[in-house]
Write a protein that binds this ligand. Structure first.
Ligand SMILES: NC(=O)c1ccc[n+]([C@@H]2O[C@H](COP(=O)([O-])OP(=O)(O)OC[C@H]3O[C@@H](n4cnc5c(N)ncnc54)[C@H](OP(=O)(O)O)[C@@H]3O)[C@@H](O)[C@H]2O)c1
Length: 333
């Protein structure tokens, strides 16, 4: 639980929708298509115009899902790109794309949920979201400071129960403001907590996952309960400012490299294919146009069953993204 890290600012995820027929594991039965590959472009510290450009590139390339979050601070720029691209006499219709966003930790209080969503909709220039996630299972003190801190520098938490937050999320579905709701960074116990009270079930869980953190048990837990798993930091987050020189470098993993050689693909494509082939959505991040295209080209080859197993066997419980929870007298874990 403890340790650190502030989230990457200025992030967008862009996702390509693939036919469900190829992936029988995914039984959504919900209001939206399953999206199997998301390309995320983290744009910090890029200029707003670059955020907008990246969204436009991706939509032109065929991506059809944009995964946003209020905390990433770039929903206005994404909204501008959407406005240019979606609508009558424009390249795409609203219903052609799947837009996700996330409720930030300072907005868990039930009274804050709808206003937060309305702000996101205003920024994105949309009338509804396809999916809204609770970003993290813990709340910070209410207010406009995204990481509120005490004088001693430790974070200020709030004791809002995420089950109450969930009830407020359900109201958004009932009002037609979002088509589905889900969770991010929740563990299996926390998912079951939500399910124990949910009248509208979560459709998606977004967590860190890659070959060094295959999340096999959590994936099975989600499948049993009808949730689709989305993997963040799927390439091992190599651009993190806080990476340690001794940590394992996923993109240099020899097992992956050998498969890349065999299939004439890049290590990134092998990893994305592995996740896609086991029915996990991935959100690789790139600001590079060539990589945006490269990460999209994982649908023209198939890994053999023993190759899939050899990648899954690399798992070692390694987390590149470790959130910080500072325990205080008011926080019971
Ligand atoms: N829900 C959450 O709490 C949460 C937490 C963390 C992250 N996330 C999401 O997950 C997304 C991805 O995570 P991440 O950024 O930590 O890690 P990542 O996607 O594993 O790694 C991104 C890095 O990989 C590079 N890259 C992209 N495609 C590549 C390729 N084909 N070959 C080689 N390098 C490539 C990118 O470089 P260039 O950009 O230079 O091309 C960038 O430096 C984030 O954007 C965020 O949206 C969600």
């Amino acid at each position: 639980v403890p340790t650190v890290h502030p989230l990457s600012p200025h992030v967008i995820n862009i996702e390509y929708t693939l036919s469900e027929a190829s992936f029988p594991y995914l039984q959504t039965g919900t209001t939206f298509q399953v999206c199997l590959l998301i390309l995320t472009a983290v744009l910090s510290p890029l200029l707003p115009v670059q955020v907008k450009q990246a969204v436009v590139w991706a939509l032109e390339a065929g991506y059809r899902h944009i995964d946003c979050a209020a905390i990433y601070g770039n929903e206005v720029e994404i909204g501008e790109a959407l406005q240019e691209t979606l609508g009558p006499s424009k390249p795409l219709r609203r219903e052609d794309v799947f837009i996700t966003s996330k409720l930030w930790n300072t907005r868990h209080h039930p009274e804050d949920v709808e206003p937060s969503l309305l702000k996101t909709l205003k920024d994105l220039k949309l009338e509804y979201l396809d999916l809204y996630l609770i970003h993290w299972p813990y709340a910070f003190q209410r207010g406009d400071v995204p990481f509120p801190r005490k004088e001693d520098g430790t974070l200020l938490y709030d004791d809002t129960d995420y089950k109450l937050t969930w009830a407020a999320m359900e109201k958004l579905v009932e009002k037609g403001l979002v088509r589905s709701i889900g969770l991010s960074n929740f563990n299996s116990r926390q998912i079951d907590d939500i399910l124990s009270v949910a009248s509208i079930k979560p459709t998606v869980l977004q967590v860190e996952s890659h070959p060094y953190l295959a999340q096999v048990e959590l994936l099975a837990h989600c499948r049993d309960r009808g949730l689709v798993l989305t993997a963040y930091s799927p390439l091992g987050s190599p651009d993190r400012a806080w990476k340690h020189p001794d940590e394992p470098v996923l993109l240099q993993e020899p097992v992956i490299a050998a498969l890349a050689e065999k299939y004439k693909k890049s290590p990134a494509q092998i990893i994305l294919r592995w996740q896609t082939q086991r029915g996990v959505v991935t959100i690789p991040k790139s600001v590079t146009e060539s990589r945006i295209k490269e990460n999209f080209q994982v649908f023209d080859f198939t890994l053999e069953a023993d190759e899939m197993k050899s990648i899954t066997a690399l798992t070692r419980g390694w987390r590149y993204i470790v959130p910080m929870i500072e325990v205080s007298a008011f926080y019971d874990g």
